[in-house]
Design a protein. Structure first.
Length: 437
């Protein structure tokens, strides 16, 4: 990997792309430290110092924003609205025929779906920004902090609208920066910004584990976490690269005087076909009961049960529910993102077949059978990786955003592998010598 980066910096056009990407990253990180108007920055820092900023209901969103959410900065919402909008549009593509038709139109249809995603991102940013301002005004954002209700000194309508507009504009800016990286930089812009947001929280999380440790001044716990992290990185790389290759043979066809086909290829079915989506879905769904209970008044029986069982990451009911939801969403997302009938019809149309399997419906049934078989280990793997922060709660007295667990490690490794692959492919294009030397 280091060799690929060194060679990329020696290539003039790739060096410009890498420097451009680094420049956008610097701008993004600066924006995560600029507070929005109407916020008492001193009181915010007091509350963050008094409580563990990574714990609580907003931990996942805070991680995706690189710690900007609880700082209440102009990039407080980060790329979470765009991620949510992309997932919603992807799910609606299966349900709404119009969106499915746009997806099949190629580049023009994809451009329209991208535009719809932008509009939905702005709408979600307004909604989430309003919710964040409301929780900051009432003091719910930092429960237990004595000055939590004084974070927003002026609670007039004008100041509230200004705060929401500022955070919405910050989300639009983040979306624009991500698209700039995609067009003029290296890799997928949104993935790169997500990578940077999560990586920015690593040093503070690791140092927090060292400070809270008791063995040899915390260095034993610190070293153990590093070793666990390296093991998990290796495990994630191994599983993410694992795939089941379905062989496909294309029959020869004579068109005029030319012969076409007669080649063999394969359909790569990844063990983790769903990627990180099931973990995000499960985390978001588990936040809903806690959010409802947080804003509900009184002390009813259902609220007490939720607060006792579905808000603590080390509670058995929470662990089992989280694991089951991840497995369910893994199968659900694979079912809507990979259509065996469509793949079988396309193979039949172009004269392709799986050796030993008849074309048409038997091929679709075989693909569905193989997909279900490999989704089981993939979903169990996702569930076990996501439970690592819970184990850290018990073993290291860490917070739920343990640096080498769950969502963070999957995104870090996935984006890193994809970016390195893109750099290597562009290097091969520029250094290819051809058949004639």
């Amino acid at each position: 990997m280091l060799t690929a980066f060194a060679r990329a910096f020696k290539t003039p056009d790739l060096r410009k792309k890498l420097l451009f990407t680094l420049g956008i990253i610097v701008i993004y990180r600066l924006g995560t430290h600029v507070p929005i108007p109407g916020i008492d920055y001193k009181n915010v820092q007091t509350c963050i110092d008094a409580a563990n900023a990574n714990q609580g209901l907003f931990g996942l969103v805070n991680m995706f924003s690189g710690g900007a959410l609880l700082q209440i900065t102009i990039f407080a919402l980060g790329i979470m609205p765009y991620i949510t909008a992309s997932i919603i549009l992807q799910l609606l593509t299966v349900v709404i025929p119009r969106l499915e038709a746009l997806k099949k139109e190629g580049q023009a249809g994809t451009a329209k779906i991208t535009q719809y995603t932008r509009y939905l991102t702005i709408a979600l940013a307004i909604l989430q920004g309003t919710g964040l301002v409301a929780t900051a005004r009432t003091g719910t954002l930092f429960q237990g902090c004595p000055v939590a209700s004084e974070i927003v000194p002026d609670q007039s309508i004008f100041v509230t609208i200004t705060m929401v507009i500022t955070m919405t504009a910050g989300t639009a800016t983040v979306m624009w920066l991500g698209e700039l990286i995609t067009d003029r930089g290296i890799g997928n812009g949104m993935s790169i910004l997500m990578f940077i947001s999560i990586a920015a929280t690593f040093p503070a999380a690791l140092w927090g584990i060292k400070k809270s440790g008791d063995l040899a001044g915390g260095w034993i716990e610190f070293g153990t976490v590093i070793l666990v992290g390296l093991f998990m990185v290796g495990l994630v790389v191994f599983v993410e690269q694992a795939q089941r290759r379905i062989p496909v043979q294309y029959a020869k066809r004579m068109i005029g005087r030319r012969s076409y086909g007669g080649t063999s290829t394969y359909i790569p079915l990844k063990v983790n076909q769903a990627g990180i989506i099931p973990v995000i879905f499960a985390s978001s769904l588990l936040y809903i009961p806690a959010l409802v209970a947080q804003f509900a008044g009184g002390q009813s029986g259902w609220k007490t049960w939720i607060e006792q069982n579905l808000t603590k990451g080390d509670h058995p009911i929470y662990i089992v529910t989280y694991f089951v939801l991840i497995v369910f969403f893994a199968f659900f997302y694979v079912a809507i993102s990979f259509n065996p009938e469509e793949v079988a019809d396309n193979m039949k149309k172009y004269g392709g077949f799986i050796p030993g399997i008849r074309a048409g419906r038997p091929t679709a049934e075989y693909l569905s059978y193989v997909l279900n078989r490999i989704t089981w280990p993939g979903s169990l793997y996702l569930g076990l990786i996501a439970l690592v922060p819970t184990m850290a709660l018990v073993g290291f007295q860490a917070n739920q955003n343990f640096p080498f667990g769950g969502t963070s490690i999957l995104i870090i490794v996935g984006v890193g592998l994809e970016t390195v692959k893109q750099i290597e492919s562009q290097l091969q294009q520029r250094n290819y010598e051809g058949f004639l030397r």
